[in-house]
Design a protein around this ligand. Sequence first.
Ligand code: SF4
Length: 305
Amino acid sequence: MKHFYPDYVQQFRCIAAACPDSCCQGWDVVIDEETEAAYTKVKGAFGERLRQAVITDSDGDRVFRLAEAKKCPFWGADRLCEIYKTLGEDHLCRTCALFPRLTMDYTVFTEHTLALACPEAARLILASDNALAAFDDTECDACEAYDAETMRLLLRARRRAAAILTAEQPLSERLDALTRFAREVQATLTGFTEEIEEDSILELYKTMDYIDEHNRARFIRAAEKPPGNPKDEKGLTKLALYWLYRYFLTAIDGLDLLSPVRFLTASVRLVSRLAAEDGDLTKAAQLYSKEIEQSYENMALFGLS
Ligand code: SF4
């Protein structure tokens, strides 16, 4: 198995109490079976607190009952994790131990990345130049999980897509060129293709789930704004490449290339408009990812769950 790492994965360290928007707030924390079993052995008042905190949610997952403002009940006033401080790192559930590290496992090779929803990951992703050079060498050997020739076609198409996204052209033209290219590749994959309607995609933001309802109005306002000229095309190009490498190869399952490209182009356009409000692209990208990309339901609207 070959592993490919962009440089920001190696550089990542959680900044814990210094984090401006901790992953300990806003989300359900799913507790895996092994961790819950370990909690049954923790003695004393802290063990009792742990066991009392785990409930079953409406999806049937075992999760921590969140405190006010959707905070993890073990997120202390010092903004540090009480479980980590009291019991050590090996008592963290899998969700917390891994976040924001992500692996895209394609059976014969694995690509690693970070979730943009983590502020420190977002900072590193946008600070890094040529972060994805390692992925250029990605190749595919034969395997039983999928047709290796189709994966090779997708890998070649991804390299071409990366070249389109980094061409010397205004960003909007590059995104349009990527859409046209994706439609061609889709036709090669399945013998048919379809239009990607950007306007109808922007309508999607009205129907999405939001952790913070204030963000619904903010996202709709951004979606309804006329395009304008983005200020930080270099940063937006990095985001486009980040989403290209994160989602393009998902087309190996179901042969749907238009969904990841639709998500990429819509996301770059929306983040660009969000960032135009205060000029902070990193914050806009992190917020977008936390609200949209980390939501199973929202990603399903893009055909990507
Ligand atoms: S969001 Fe990232 S930096 Fe912040 S606490 Fe979580 S892992 Fe650490």
